[in-house]
Design a protein around this ligand. Structure first.
Ligand code: SF4
Ligand code: SF4
Length: 70
């Protein structure tokens, strides 16, 4: 069984400003190596809030296949 899930995806042009981290209601974003925002695939629900507020417009919401182990 598999299902699709919406999830945020950060482009490499992220400037690591941290704006998205403050606005994510699910605490699903962190900056790695001080260079780029990284989305926690388990926590992100694809709400799109980060994508709207990113000043560099580098977050898009994509659909990802999730495979169910059961
Ligand atoms: S708001 Fe945009 S540019 Fe800033 S850290 Fe998040 S993804 Fe990167
Ligand atoms: S789409 Fe929503 S839940 Fe996912 S990282 Fe962005 S603000 Fe957080």
């Amino acid at each position: 069984m598999s299902q699709s899930k919406k999830i945020a995806k950060v482009d490499n042009l992220c400037v690591a400003c941290g704006t998205c981290i403050k606005d994510c209601p699910f605490n699903a974003i962190e900056i790695i190596h001080g260079r780029k925002a990284k989305i926690d695939l388990e926590k992100c629900v694809g709400c799109g809030k980060c994508s709207k507020i990113c000043p560099a417009s580098v977050i898009e919401i994509v659909t990802r296949e999730v495979h169910d182990e059961n």
